[in-house]
Structures are given as structure tokens and as C-alpha cells.
Design a protein around this ligand. Sequence first.
Ligand code: URA
Length: 437
Amino acid sequence: MTIIDIIEKKKNKQELTVEEINFFVNGFTDGSIPDYQISPLLMAILLNGMTDNETFAMTNAMLHSGDVVDMSALGGTVVDKHSTGGIGDSTTLALAPILACCGVYVAKMSGRGLGFTGGTIDKLESIPNFDTALSEEEFFNVVKSVGCAVIGQTANLAPADKKFYALRDVTGTVNSIPLICASIMSKKLASGSDTILLDVKYGSGAFMPNPKSALELAKKMVTIGTLAGKRIGALITDMQQPLSDHVGNSLEIIGIVEVLNGKKNRLYYEIKEVALRLLALTGKYTLASAEVAFQDAIDSGKALNKFAEMVEAQHGDASYILHPEKFVIGTKDVVVADKSGYVTHMVAADIGRAVTHMGGGRMQKTDSIDFSVGVIMKVQLGSKVNKGDVLCEVYHNGKGLDEAKSLIANAITIGRKPIPEHKIAYAYVHKDGVELY
Ligand code: URA
């Protein structure tokens, strides 16, 4: 078997065997097959696709390129959730303590932000002393004693994905449904949970431009997860505007504390939808009983206290959760409406880019982050505004302010006519089919 034969075969739209897929994944990971041969293969996959069998084989090969975490010694249901990424998506931070209050374990490995998207790990590190790099043993102990823990992905979790992703990033091959599926699912299957809820985003702040492409990706990932023996479902949700009205690291923690204190905004409804679907997937709840448990976790104050408990167990200063006014945030400026009308469109990615320009995100993996900058949206899609109204507050420390304000002003379109309400969720995909909202 040679890599040239494999490239030719995929170029000619033929199905690759499990052996051929193992050959190129292992060869690229151990350095015996060079970038210049994997690049055309990735492009052939992007153009000609992969069957479910091929995608499953690629996922398995990448999953077994590193450690596979075993959480079975916890002796309970271990759940995980994965978002395909977006702007102001701090769902995990509230979801983990809420689900722990509902009696399931949450052992979550999350990523950092890159480009216009934020990352859960960066947000958590805005809490002084919070440790996102616990040893595997400590991670397990925090999950066991608190019920939830969130850490960064360990270096040896699906190392093949790190190599493939870096090459895809510079060869125009990120946007392939089987490659995205294998990348996400190899990490999810390696991280040891038995029940997985995927949150596949579409819109101007997401990888998938529209519900149709998000649905295609979701179906593929649910098929692969089911073949791997997991309980798995996928929500298709809207990312045509920032999910939270708070965007930026410390600001998003403040936004989460507001939700855990009972605020009912778009972020709350998203968290609720994800939590209910995930709890129902475990088989321990129906959607109706999950709703009761979810609301009780918030209304009783238990979820907020659980969040503080998790922060403390991960060596962070939990007083910031109970007193979020302690977070130091940048100097306030504003972007105002230049005419009256309705907010009809947002380029959500540009709002993320504005935060990155001010230092709140990174363009290179090695960039450091200013946790104190960000924006608070004062409008959402459909809002009625008058000329001069504040569209959003901008918190900065001088860096990139003019560029950020102009990006935000151009990202928000004000039209003359009202628009229909934007739903949070478009569809739910499970092993037996699709439910439209
Ligand atoms: N997120 C991932 O982890 N991988 C992809 O390929 C795309 C989004």
C-alpha cells in the first residue's frame, strides 16, 4: 500500500478501506508521510466526501492516536457537551454546575479561543488562580467530589487531530463535513463520557453558514457516535448574533453568574435546551422531569453555589463568582445607532473580531489575552432602535478601540422593516431521526 495509491483512489471517488485510512492517519501522525502528500488527499476528501464507514474509520484512527480517558470508575452517568464554536457561547460554564446539581457527572475538556471565536478555557482563566491544567487524577477527583470539572484538552488527547487540524487550517480544507466530524468526534470519544450532546451552530458567527449544512454535519456526527456505542444527540442552534449579550472573557463569566442568578435571556434559553436534551438522553429523565430539575437547580441557588464549589476545587478564587463586581473590566465606550429602525442583520464573527482586536482573543496560539476587554450588546436581532441609541457598550484598555468600534458599527445592520423572531434552536437530531422546532 502506498500513499500515492490512496490519493489516486480518493481522487477517483472510490471508498477507502479501514487499512488504508489507518495507514495514512498513522503515517501522518508519526511523520513518515509528509504534509505535501496529505494536503492533496485532504483536498480530495473535501471535494469527493467520505462515506459513513470511511468517516468512522478515520475517527477511530485519530481517537486511538493518543490517550483514551476512562471514567467508568466514577460509577455514574458521565455526560459531555460540545459546541462547534461561536461568539459569546459560554453555555458550558453554566451547564456543568446545573447538570451536576441534577445528579450526573460532567467531566469536560474544553478548548481555547482562536481567531474570532472565544474559548471556555480562556474564560475560566479570567478567574484568578483557576487551574485548567489539573492532572488526570486531580480532574477525576474533582468530578467525583463536586460533580463537575472543566479542564483544557490534555496534550495526548487525539494528537493526530492536532496535526491534521494545523494542516487543514493552511490548505483550505477546514470546511469539509467528514473532516470536521472526525476531528470533533475523535476528541469527544477519547474523553470518556457515555452521553454526548453536540451543539452545532450555524450563521454568521459559525463554521456552518446555514441550517442545511449544520444538519448534514449533525447527522454525520450522531451516526458516528451511535456506531461508537454512545448515547448521542445534536441540537442545531442559531449563531447569527452573539449568544450571550456579554462577549469577552471576564464579561462572559459575569453573564453566566447573571443566568445562574435567574436572568432569562437568550443564553438562558440555549442552556436550558441543551440541558434538557442531555438529561433526557441519559435515560434518567424525561424532558418534563428534566425541566423541573433544571429550574430547581437555578431557583434554589444550588447551581450558583456548585459553580463556586467547582472554581474553588480547581484552585480559583470563588469569591469572584459570588461577587462578580470584583472583576476588573476595561474603560467603557459605546457604539450608537446612526439611524432609526430595526436590527435586521448582524455579522456575529465581526463582533468576535472586535473583541480580539482589543486584546480579548488571539490571532496566534502564543498571543496573551486581556481578560478585561469585551462588549455588552444592548440590542439583538429584531430590536427597534432610535438614532443615537446605544447598540453596545465596548470595554477596552486603549488597544484596537477605533478598529473594534468600526467593526461593530458595520456588523450591525439597521433596516426599515421589522423581522420575524429568531429562534434559538432549529432542529434536534437523534439516532432515530430529526425533530424540527
Ligand atoms: N472544531 C474542531 O474541533 N474541529 C474542526 O474541524 C472544526 C471545528
